[in-house]
Design a protein around this ligand. Sequence first.
Ligand code: ZN
Length: 141
Amino acid sequence: MTRTAERPFTSVSFEQYLSEKKLMGSHCNTCNKDYLPPRAICPNCHSDQLTWVEFSGKGKLAAFTSIYIAPTAMIEAGYGRDNPYFAGVVELDEGVKISAQILGMDAKTPEEVKIDTPLQVEFVERGESDTKKTFLAFRAV
Ligand SMILES: [Zn+2]
């Protein structure tokens, strides 16, 4: 595992890594638990001895819901009442869970979606140059 220059364990750092197409969380060196998004203090043992770790981005679908009432960023991306999307909880191979948009499945037919569908991370860029942001998503493989 490569150690990069230490960034603070914040959502800003997490998003910076996303823009570099890296799914990064924190690992507690005291009790060996992993956190995604990263935590600066371990909620399990209260240690502050955490380091960045990169996750494989492979996992499976643990839960999902179709979103018809979209937040602003998703409306700007073309989603909404007529074009719903899936938000899901993904269980990564490393055992941690994270919520993200789920791609590659039709949100209008949720009955066809199967729990445990294998997923692969995808980094989705939205917005124009100044407001460009990278969002975390997973796609059915
Ligand atoms: Zn810990």
